[in-house]
Design a protein. Structure first.
Length: 228
């Protein structure tokens, strides 16, 4: 049995943020390169992107916008952290799912596990404060990454601490501390964490997509947000 099999068999959707809100308040959002270009949305400005996301939520009377797995995005072009002279090596394909909401929104652990590592990734456009949890389900070891948190969250734990599913592990950070993005959670499932500590690529190039799409399965296997 593979991890994908195990995750598919999880019966109920996993809630990662805002435990008081039902899934009725979720709405899928498209932030792909093609969509933003067609609609003349300036993804180089975090402020303008935040306005777009907030207007989108207001229009649909929702509180949380979600999406982005394997989405090709132009918003990473603003940072040299993702760039490359060779276009095929430019990192612009998103490997997790984003849940966009307001700063301070509570973030929950997806599964029982332990603190693997945590770090403030301070490159422009990076994760900012990040926590990685280690899990074992049906004998299969894997990891979940929670990026763009608040700085204070990194003072709450130490490596090896036990974490219960659905327990609060942090909150969404503001633009000033989360890598300069509108407040959101980047959630990613990782099979092989390799030697990474408090960090793991959340965006890849087309050249590396085959490996990363296999090593980072679709979070909707457990979030099941495609049904909302």
């Amino acid at each position: 049995m593979t991890l994908i099999d195990v995750l598919k068999n999880q019966s109920d959707p996993v809630k990662l943020i805002a435990p008081h809100l039902s899934f009725d308040f979720y709405k899928k959002i498209n932030l792909s390169e093609s969509y933003l270009n067609i609609n003349s949305i300036d993804s180089n400005s975090s402020r303008k992107l935040a306005i777009h996301i907030n207007d989108f939520l207001d229009l649909h009377n929702k509180k949380i916008a979600y999406g982005g797995y394997l989405e090709k995005r132009s918003l990473y072009k603003r940072s040299s952290h993702f760039g490359s002279v060779n276009k095929k090596n430019e990192r612009n394909i998103h490997l997790g799912i984003d849940l966009w909401s307001s700063a301070g929104t509570l973030v929950l652990a997806a599964f029982n596990g332990t603190i693997h590592s945590f770090k403030n990734n301070i490159n422009f456009g990076d994760y900012g404060p990040t926590i990685i949890l280690k899990h074992v389900l049906k004998g299969i070891e894997f990891y979940t990454l929670y990026g763009h948190l608040s700085k204070n969250d990194l003072n709450s734990f130490k490596v090896g601490d036990k974490i219960q599913a659905s327990s609060v592990i942090g909150s969404l950070g503001s633009m000033k501390e989360n890598g300069d993005y509108p407040p959101h959670l980047h959630f990613q499932i990782i099979l092989d964490i390799e030697n990474f500590y408090g960090d793991y690529p959340g965006v890849c190039s087309e050249n590396d997509l085959k490996y990363y799409s296999q090593n980072c399965p679709d979070p909707n296997l457990v979030l099941k947000l495609s049904s909302f």
